[in-house]
Design a protein around this ligand. Sequence first.
Ligand code: FMN
Ligand code: SF4
Length: 551
Amino acid sequence: MATRGLTIEELHEKRDLIVDAAERLWKAGFDAIEVHAAHGYFLNSFLSPIWNHRDDEYGPQTAESRTLIMKEIYDLIRERCGNDIVIGTRINGQEWSPLQPGAITPEMAVEHAKALESYGYQYISVSGYGYGPLPFRYCPDYFPYPDPEPHMEPYMKDYEDLGILMPSIKAVKEAVNVPVIGVGRMDEVKGERVLRNGYADIIAYGRYLWADPEFPNKVRDGRLDEIRRCTRCASCEDPVTSPRICRVNPSLGRDKELELKPVDKPKKVMVIGGGPAGMQTALDAAAKGHDVTLYESKGELGGRMKLASMIKGNKVEDIIPMLDYLTVQIERSNVKVKLKTEVTPSLVKKEKPDVVAIANSSPYFIPTDLPGVDRKNVFTIPGMSKLAAVPMKMFGPEKLASMSEKFFPVGKRIVVLGAGIEGTQCATFLAHRGKSVVLLSENEDVGGQIPVRYKARIEPWFKDHNVEVIRSAECTSIGKKSVTIKTPEDEREIKCDSVMIMLPERRDGSLYDSLKDLVPEIYEVGSTLGEPHSLLKHAVLDGRVAAVEMD
Ligand SMILES: Cc1cc2nc3c(=O)[nH]c(=O)nc-3n(C[C@H](O)[C@H](O)[C@H](O)COP(=O)(O)O)c2cc1C
Ligand code: SF4
């Protein structure tokens, strides 16, 4: 899209709109106003030479000219609102822009901060921004998925330490006397380190507060194992979900609608399936005062979360803290847990619950009529879960994932059937282990429900990592050392050592059918509904919604 610079009149008009907004906030009783000049917002288009190509007094030539509009805004707000209101600002301490020159460096941010302090701004909140193919924008952590690009490699040390924004936060802190706020992928341990070392005066948390608004209180009270931690899944940034959702906090933005109100008459609730959907349903139903029993056919709770963690890894997103959180919550709740207990119609008849919530997972689809599907070189998700069960118990997902980097005996060339989230993440996992992969998509999509911040990065990465994607491909048979596929263009044979069937879950419904006439109230929750309810975010949200309805 062609852009043009604002005329001076337009510029003043926009400046005055910001001042008007500040005045409204002051009149509404706010104690402080933050003039937002960070990220990709309007005022940053003056500070950042990526955007600022003006040739007048607001141009990119000096820190003073880039911040001139900020000076005017400060003066006008002070004039209108007086001296009692705090006026602070948020700026980019650093920008990353692989395609466009002119990104703000920490040195430039220091100059901006000094100028802003001299105008009167009373605090400086330092954030950052990634443009172009970098997926992180203001969340400085999605870029190492599946691997960081070479130009981002130098930032990995900071990434793994206090975050890639920290050098610029520290630099600004050293340069000014007003309070400096730092942000970016912090937890309580990192935040404490930053404060103790004097790298910033205040820590801002974004996603940690979305995931758990009680986070600061829990830290203060030492209830660290009760924190529902952000898993860095990027679901909250997914434009496909509206309203915005949080994978781990079902009530984000819907507090009133999904409030767990205590019930007058507690019901006897049977929750079937001890994965995240069942755990969330049980917890929420119990929180309302119901008498809840959670049934799990296997020997432990958590469903497939450990397997998912092993496949995904924990470098960028990390789901095990959510499993730990749910486990601790269940232990501390009134939920009764019955492990190794299969729920059958006769058990339901015997227990006579008022409510049943079916939260077990659906079976992954296996095309049983596909010639060769029973061959030894064909692996399925249930088959692999079974194979991994004992080692998973012994070593846990992280160790097992790292062991699989050295030993993963499925041959060198793998064909993966299904390019939804399951197949795509499996292909990434295999490619990370040096396998050469052909990923067959039944349609045009690759990645399925993977949040867009991650999804957009996968195919370019595949190109460099020996993963060939074939779209609109139907596998017609599996041989000992090959598969045959049909595409709109041709029918051909692909040589391979193994085949992995990674097709999504499909609703089974047989348990529901066998129980629906035995109880007055019945729910299906999470992946028991099949696609698209198969993700952790659905488990958590569906569980909450079902519990809210149990009155
Ligand atoms: C979905 C989403 C929307 C955001 N929108 C804004 C915004 O409108 N203004 C802003 O200053 N920061 C915004 N942020 C950035 C946060 O303020 C914060 O700087 C960022 O998430 C990094 O902090 P965290 O790692 O603690 O989440 C947003 C973050 C997310 C995840
Ligand atoms: S949606 Fe995911 S990334 Fe966003 S706050 Fe929730 S857990 Fe964190």
